[in-house]
Design a protein around this ligand. Structure first.
Ligand code: NAP
Length: 257
């Protein structure tokens, strides 16, 4: 049996890169998706290869459903298997607009990339995994959804983001239910404030909130923090916990009095 292969969307930077490097450090070959060939995805490739694993760059827009077949075909052509799917790619609104002022263009963009795309990519990859399961080889595929604390924390200046993530949380639950009979475990990770390009525009605001005690672990999250959690799921430490939802956010969600 060959090495396990992880398909990670949004592997060019930020959390997706962190996940790619952690999985590579644990022996996974990586198929990393990005929207274009940038120095970012080249860096991820080089760093994965430096860990002794293979890296395939897959250029695609996760929101474009007509590209999904090619994505799966490219991974299968190179590696012949998909063991892990990490639905990580996501976007924030281009401009944070109040819920009373935001527009359908921003809403549609967020839902297409953050929800509709990963929902249908998962459908395609899950069907591929089911075929591999039927082949009878030792095989324990996993699917991980990277959602957000915004799945259940309402922000009125980016409602479309919160709504897309809440929908993605339910996608994780429904796939966990449907895929259990095939032994395909599905997990959801909700990152908190994680130091990446996505939150750079709000860095000062969160720096101040963290300094004032917002988090129990008083620092920004890192892509590696999320990558470690993905490894724990993929390496079988949560095999009896399909459907599990875990917040990796420095204790943000702990209610206090
Ligand atoms: P990031 O640094 O902005 O990186 C986003 C990644 O997604 C990039 O690799 C980007 O590829 C890719 N991507 C964007 N649109 C895409 C599309 N249409 N098709 C394919 N790939 C696309 O963001 P991040 O902070 O790492 O976020 C990763 C995930 O974590 C997102 O789902 C985000 O919502 C979630 N999250 C982040 C935080 C946080 O604080 N950072 C908190 C909670 C949840 P290109 O380089 O090609 O653009």
């Amino acid at each position: 049996m060959g090495k396990a292969v992880a398909l990670i969307t949004g592997a060019s930077r930020g959390i997706g890169k962190g996940i790619a490097l952690e999985l590579a450090s644990h022996g996974y070959d990586i198929a990393g998706m990005a929207t274009s060939l940038t120095s970012g995805i080249e860096d991820t490739k080089r760093e994965v290869e430096a860990r002794g694993q293979q890296f395939l760059t897959v250029v695609a827009d996760v929101g474009a459903l007509d590209q999904h077949e090619r994505v799966a075909d490219e991974v299968m052509a190179t590696f012949g298997r998909i063991d892990v799917l990490v639905n990580n790619a996501g976007v924030a609104p281009k401009v944070r607009l109040d819920i009373l002022e935001t527009n359908d263009e921003s809403f549609d963009r967020l839902v297409d990339i953050n929800l509709r795309g990963p929902f249908f990519l998962t459908q395609r990859v899950a069907n591929q995994m089911i075929k591999q399961t039927a082949a009878g080889a030792p095989y324990a595929p996993k699917i991980v959804f990277i959602t957000s604390i915004s799945s259940n924390v309402a922000s009125t200046n980016r409602a479309e983001y919160c709504i897309s993530k809440a929908g993605l949380s339910m996608a994780a639950q429904t796939y966990a239910v449907r895929l259990a009979e095939y032994g395909i475990n599905v997990y959801e990770i909700r990152p908190g404030m994680t130091d990446t390009d996505m939150v750079a525009p709000a860095k000062k605001k969160y720096d101040d909130l963290i300094a004032k005690g917002l988090l129990l672990t008083s620092r920004w999250g890192t892509p590696q923090d999320i990558g470690k959690a993905v490894v724990a799921f993929c390496e079988g430490y949560f095999d009896y916990a399909t459907g599990a939802v875990i917040e990796i956010g420095g204790g943000y969600g702990v209610e206090r009095l």
